[in-house]
Design a protein around this ligand. Structure first.
Ligand code: FAD
Length: 352
């Protein structure tokens, strides 16, 4: 019987991706509900020494697949290794980060193990099958076969993701097949504080590769040395929307951000207008952020924007329209002209 939650531990050059820790944090919550365990699947070359880090981040155990073929991420050997792990251990749930690696690997593996995949989830939950079965049974009048197949006490993973351009949030279940698989957006889930010295199992799993498994010839790996801004790491974000009126006004927002030790970010409207770089966009098609303070300046609060910042600890909105949707997700709302309020704020903060 399928059991336990598996988190795919994404790594590059031995550095575990931040999203892996977020997934481990979320998996421990889901596992408690299911009374199951959390395992990290760590694939790479000479990577085993990273296992303890994963255990301290929430894993009960780590399954390590080490091979020179896995030194760099290449779809085919990674898909082969993970498919073999899933077929051998029969997990109940498998979670990936919705990163370029996760988005490449997850669908291929889902097809090979004949299950479904929900991509780009923003929320996960465990739910009883009863409600689903009731709906299913009333539409098919086939209660007996459903009960036989799943058991009325089965619990399923409820996966939520934006659909139809972010206009609705779709709830998806994979009731009939195992494992239940999802990719989850980075920045959405909460990691747990590392538990130093935590004990866990480390099991090595051997996969037999042949030369034919490596269908890519890597000539050179060129690293991007440009120091990219990572707004998902910032504790304070001062975000500008169309209401700031011009790209120059980002300089004013930057003053506030600098005084508060933060970064500037943006709604999509200004990114599309070329006022600011795309890697600072917050929202459904931008980044998901959860800073301690998010200041929304001249941002209306479209659903696609809110999807990316609603988990911020404190939201302050400045908007001249008192009915703007952004106020519904704000802890503090200031109704007024951003071009008047921000310079005053700079002046006040400068005094401290
Ligand atoms: P507007 O909606 O034009 O709002 C400007 C606000 O500024 C208004 O509320 C106005 O009252 C206020 N204002 C004007 N002047 C002032 C002033 N002087 N002082 C104070 N307030 C003032 N958007 C995102 O942000 N992120 C995404 O990831 C994203 N993804 C999308 C994906 C899809 C598939 C689609 C269809 C849309 C997406 N959008 C996204 C776009 C989104 O729907 C909105 O169009 C966008 O967020 C609006 O940006 P805005 O709030 O800056 O501009």
């Amino acid at each position: 019987m399928s059991k336990d939650l598996y988190v795919i531990a994404e790594q590059r050059d031995g550095e575990i991706a931040k999203v892996t820790f977020e997934l481990l944090g979320e998996a421990t919550v889901l596992a408690a509900d299911l009374n199951e365990k959390v395992y990290a699947v760590l694939m790479g070359d000479k990577i085993k020494d990273k296992s303890q880090e994963l255990i301290e981040a929430g894993a009960d155990g780590v399954i390590v697949v080490e091979d020179p073929m896995l030194a760099e991420y290449v779809t085919e050997p990674y898909a082969k290794a993970l498919t073999a792990v899933i077929k051998n251990y029969d997990p109940n749930i498998v979670l990936f980060g919705a990163t370029s690696i996760g988005r490449d690997l997850a669908p291929r593996v889902a097809a090979r193990v004949h299950t479904g995949l929900t991509a780009d989830c923003t929320h996960l939950d465990i739910d009883m099958n009863k409600y689903f079965d009731f709906l299913h049974a009333t539409s098919t009048a086939d209660t007996a076969s459903i009960e036989k197949r799943l058991g009325m006490d089965d619990k399923t993973l409820k996966m939520t993701r934006p659909a139809f351009g972010g206009n609705v949030m779709a709830t998806i279940r994979c009731a009939d097949y195992r494992p239940q698989m999802a990719t989850v957006r980075p920045g959405v889930m909460k990691k747990i504080a590392p538990q130093a010295g935590k004990q866990g199992t480390v099991e090595e799993f051997k996969v037999e590769f042949t030369a034919a498994d490596m269908n890519v010839d890597i000539k050179e790996v060129v690293k991007d040395t440009k120091k990219a801004v990572d707004i998902t790491e910032a504790k304070v974000l001062v975000s500008g929307g169309r209401g700031i009126g011009s790209p120059e006004f980002y300089q004013e927002l930057k003053k506030v951000a600098d005084l508060l030790g933060g970064e500037i970010s943006s709604s999509r409207a200004n990114v599309d207008a070329g006022w600011i770089e795309r890697d600072r966009q917050v929202g459904q098609t931008g980044k998901t952020v959860r800073p301690e303070l998010y200041m929304a300046c001249g941002i209306s609060g479209a659903i696609q924007h809110i999807a990316g910042m609603e988990n911020s600890e404190c939201v302050i909105a400045i908007n001249k329209n008192d009915t703007a949707a952004i106020f519904e997700v704000s802890d503090l709302g200031i109704v007024g002209d951003v071009k008047v309020i921000i310079p005053k704020l700079v002046e006040a903060l400068d005094k401290y």
